[in-house]
Ligand binder design. Structure first.
Ligand SMILES: [Zn+2]
Length: 237
């Protein structure tokens, strides 16, 4: 509901569970309509953003209640209005455990259409519904334990163990994030479609962001895998 999702002008640096990925001016892949699509005007973008929140938030809330129990499903959608922030969106929890989804101004301005905004919102809501913040923290802890164990076995100093723990936490947290991204893309597709937006058109967003490729420690899956997940999910709807 829009009254619950008042646009909070927040300037808070918070834990970023996931990022949609910064949008850099990337050379357009040939034959991609989305990449060459012009930006919309800022007043149009603002209106479109408000409309998307009004429409998608209740659907995300419904999906959340249907798929979880004992989880706060009352999404608060907020704008990160720090002007130096790149185009990005992320999901976090406030102190009361309420899910907050931040859009940076850069992302709102960069979106080519409402479907892209709806898809990003669906994707971020999906991270919360799937419990990714908790699962990522658990993965980080498991990674730290394993790496510290290895360091101790090899007779490492206290400092070496600490370093290993830190590295392990990083590796543990990152290793799973590709799977989480694809999971969020799939559930985000469902939310976007049920809210009446076009997830395939929304996912054209990916054609404009730098492709992280398939790096072992990359935090994001290759863009082609993401688009493929959206296609498959749409086909199954
Ligand atoms: Zn994500």
């Amino acid at each position: 509901m829009i009254k619950k999702t008042a646009l909070v002008l927040a300037a808070v640096a918070m834990l970023s569970a996931c990022d949609v990925v910064p949008v850099e001016p990337v050379p357009a892949p040939s034959g991609s309509g989305a990449a060459s699509a012009p930006r919309i005007s800022s007043s149009q973008a603002a209106r479109s953003f408000v409309q998307v929140i009004k429409t998608v938030e209740p659907v995300a809330e419904r999906e959340c209640r249907a798929r979880t129990s004992g989880v706060n499903c009352d999404f608060n959608i907020a704008v990160d209005d720090r002007p130096d922030q790149p185009a990005n969106a992320y999901q976090t929890l406030d102190k009361q455990g309420r899910p907050v989804i931040f859009f940076t101004l850069g992302l709102i301005a960069d979106a080519r259409n409402a479907d892209e905004l709806a898809f990003v919102l669906g994707h971020e809501a999906a991270h919360h519904i799937a419990g990714h913040i908790n699962r990522q923290q658990q993965n980080a802890v498991a990674g730290a334990v394993i790496f510290a164990g290895l360091a101790t076995l090899s007779g490492g100093s206290a400092e070496a163990v600490q370093n290993a723990q830190r590295l392990g936490a990083e590796v543990g947290a990152r290793r799973y994030s590709k799977d989480f991204e694809l999971e969020a893309d799939a559930l985000g597709t469902i939310i976007t479609a049920r809210a009446g937006y076009d997830p395939l058109r929304g996912a054209e967003f990916f054609t404009r962001i730098p492709d992280p490729g398939d790096k072992f420690l990359g935090t994001h899956p290759p863009n082609a895998s993401r688009i493929e997940v959206v296609r498959r999910t749409v086909a199954g709807l």
